[in-house]
Design a binder for this molecule. Structure first.
Ligand SMILES: [Zn+2]
Length: 284
């Protein structure tokens, strides 16, 4: 594995004009992984992907020749909802996301587990697990359903490794499931990353609760909010409350070599180039 493959740096890039456009940008940024939306993230229903776009995406991806591509689901989906109508709508939408990802031959679909909106953590975990299992059983083989940890804002589920472990256990489809860890969300939900000792304790907690082979993606975002603030606000690498040291420790951690590490920071003013340069400088 060369250094770039080891780092596996990527970014969430725009698909305006077609999913293949994101691959072109990944090539120009010299990325080794990529995250996209396969539909408008704030709409429930959208027309199917044009087969011409599927072909063009595959062509551009072959030219890129690089690593994993994952998608991120719509923000509207909430499998934890106690309301049957929203639960059903969410289930259908998640299935659609997995079908779109399979069509584009993506490696996985990142999903925020959901929110209990008053029904309580345990009830929501059971509900999310039931919905996710049904969706997995109906979805085409291929892309994994990747559950992302949350910052712990509101009634969101997935703020701790324990909650993620309960979800994985209750979904009971370990081969079809992955975990995505977002550095901003980890830190905001109370996991220290800024010091060698704090980072080691966080990773020990992770390993105590989850099989490391489940961790198939990282989101690299600095955090506007402080440790335990539960604030889900991403900052550019090194400019937030985490600072550069946490990212240096993560990039040097061989347990995560070759795992996609994707920026979800604001894109204006060529910030991706700056963030990527900072990360490459921090790399071992
Ligand atoms: Zn994220």
């Amino acid at each position: 594995m060369d250094l770039e493959q080891q780092l596996c740096l990527g970014s969430h890039l725009s698909v305006a004009g077609g999913a293949w456009k994101a691959v072109d940008e990944a090539i120009s940024l010299e990325l080794s992984s990529l995250q996209i939306f396969t539909k408008n993230a704030s709409r429930w229903v959208q027309k199917p992907i044009d087969p011409k776009d599927v072909a063009r995406f595959a062509e551009r991806r072959a030219e890129w020749g690089s690593g994993p591509v994952i998608s991120h689901t719509s923000y509207l989906i909430n499998l934890g909802s106690p309301k049957d109508e929203l639960f059903e709508k969410s289930r259908a939408a998640l299935l659609d996301e997995l079908e779109r990802a399979a069509l584009l031959q993506l490696d996985g679909v990142v999903q925020h587990p959901g929110a209990h909106v008053g029904s309580g953590v345990e009830a929501a975990i059971a509900r999310i697990a039931e919905g996710a299992r049904q969706v997995i059983d109906e979805a085409p083989l291929g892309p994994k359903l990747i559950l992302e940890n949350t910052a712990g804002a509101g009634s969101t589920i997935g703020r701790s490794f324990e909650e993620l472990a309960s979800l994985v256990e209750q979904i009971d489809r370990p081969d079809r499931i992955g975990i995505c860890l977002d550095t901003c969300h980890l830190f905001a939900s109370g996991y220290e990353l800024r010091t060698q000792k704090g980072y080691a304790e966080t990773m020990a907690q992770l390993e105590k609760n989850l099989d490391l082979s489940l961790v198939v993606a990282w989101h690299l975002n600095d955090s506007r909010g402080d440790l335990g603030s539960n604030l889900d606000r991403h900052e550019h690498i090194g400019t937030g409350m985490i600072g550069t040291e946490g990212f240096r420790l993560l990039l040097a951690d061989e347990r995560f070599f070759g795992i996609p590490k994707i920026l979800e920071t604001a894109k204006e003013d060529d910030w991706d180039q700056t963030n990527l340069r900072v990360l490459r400088e921090l790399a071992p």
